[in-house]
Design a protein. Structure first.
Length: 60
């Protein structure tokens, strides 16, 4: 749904999650659209701030 080839999507996501590779911003935008979260949410390290970003975005 994010435009990734199904054959490599799982491996790519695993590498992003482990910090081996970083997605480009186009990929981040696609993932945020599929997940229905703001792009800032995907860059957020602190859980409390991530929750506030989601709360804010749901009010828009």
């Amino acid at each position: 749904m994010a435009g990734m080839d199904n054959f490599v999507a799982s491996a790519r996501m695993n590498q992003y999650e482990r910090g081996v590779h970083t997605p480009d911003f186009k990929t981040v935008e696609a993932l945020s659209a599929v997940l229905r979260v703001p792009t800032a949410f995907l860059f957020c390290i602190e859980d409390e701030l991530a929750e506030k970003i989601l709360d804010w975005s749901s009010q828009c």
